[in-house]
Ligand binder design. Sequence first.
Ligand SMILES: Nc1ncnc2c1ncn2[C@@H]1O[C@H](COP(=O)(O)OP(=O)(O)OP(=O)(O)O)[C@@H](O)[C@H]1O
Ligand SMILES: [Mg+2]
Length: 473
Amino acid sequence: MPRYRLLIVDDEPRMTQVLGILGERWGYEVRTASDADHALRELHDFPAEIVLTDLKMPGMSGDELLNQIRSRHPETPVVMMTAYATVKSAVDAMRNGAFDYIMKPFENEELRLTLERAAEYARLKQDNAYMRRELGLRYRMDNIIGESEGIHNVLRMIERVAPTRATVLVTGESGTGKELVAKAIHFRSARATGPYVRVNCAALVETLLESELFGHEKGAFTGATRTHRGKFEEADGGTIFLDEIAETSNNFQAKLLRVLQEGVITRVGGNANIRVDVRIVTATNRDLEEYVQQGKFREDLFFRLNVVPVHIPSLKERPSDIPLLAEHFLKAAIEEHDLPPKRLSEDAIELLKSHTWPGNVRELENTIERAMILSPEQVITAADLWLPGEQNSTGSSGHQRRLAEGQASPREVHIPVTILDKPLGGFLDEMAKIRVLHALDRTEWRKQEAADLLGIDRATLYRQMKKFGISGS
Ligand SMILES: Nc1ncnc2c1ncn2[C@@H]1O[C@H](COP(=O)(O)OP(=O)(O)OP(=O)(O)O)[C@@H](O)[C@H]1O
Ligand SMILES: [Mg+2]
């Protein structure tokens, strides 16, 4: 048990003296104050975890002191003592947020137990606040990378809206980080220690989506062999993230609207209203307002969901974030794949900045990861990025340019650029094949040099070339 600080406030010096001795004996670090003003000054450099105060004092009363402490240190439990304990004054104090009250004269043991409960409460509050701060910080510091004005706006919005219960609609192109934002909102809210539940609305047909979200009663439909709690019940006390909300049917939208209006759900096949305390965050990469105009999305639901809109700009609109993000993903890949550290060359960074990124941050992440794995050297060059280069000023990426200039082997034409979209099975072979081709290309097909580059011997290189159907030229 840590030593808790206890501030004792009473206008009777004999009283503070006796209580002080008791408090010390029970293991508290004690300070005393003879009136409320004095107590507030003490709290400045003695941030007490617990305050024990008399109710009736000359000058500022214990009630007033309680109010002051509640507004400045809302988490600090305040225990009131009173000699004139009419039920009313005690109840008033409790209603004003006192932690507990105790009537004078009292037994030492009674006071000891009351203070112990207050200490336990202070400890819980601290743990909670600490955990929330930790989680919040982690999500702020590590996860949402960027220093552009656009990202700063998003971070500011998150900060402002997270502590509230407001429904948030996150919009942005695919891969801009909508899910990251949803999580940040949850983990920076008072619900951080409650559940965070994500549902991809596009992944399920209407009927399944309904039973997934609202649950179902036993026998509600064929195959419903037992009662099933839905995601809304699972998320009680926390946050539900409804991803791809635009892809839902009109019928489903009507049901969701009811949850928002009434705060209750009904399981499929049931009729009991189940009250849920859930904060709703939704996301879409569609233009929901356009969907509303086209009659594909209910207008009333749109207004309910769009209480606070958070829009994430596309990566193209904030190229200044690219080097920072690239650096972040480089580090992540090094950790994940246990690779030696590598860095990006100047021209690689330039190419990254000029690419248009239709897949936004996700595409950048994949590009960096691929380059980390495939680049044979410590410095990742523009060519190692395997980006289609139509959009950038150099005209094309390294291998396409060399190909055009007749310097590269035509075999390269068959190298898939979208290798990360492939299933894992063929992926590793494909990756090895690309590495071999890459090394051969770099060394202008001098086998010994290519083998050295790959860190294998010549015989192994020949075996791999044979295996991958690369004929040595
Ligand atoms: N600002 C950022 N900082 C760090 N990583 C990011 C950032 N934005 C996105 N990412 C990463 O990019 C990937 C895509 O992000 P996310 O899944 O949140 O996108 P999305 O907007 O939900 O995309 P979609 O519409 O395709 O579902 C994730 O791996 C995420 O961690
Ligand atoms: Mg997403």
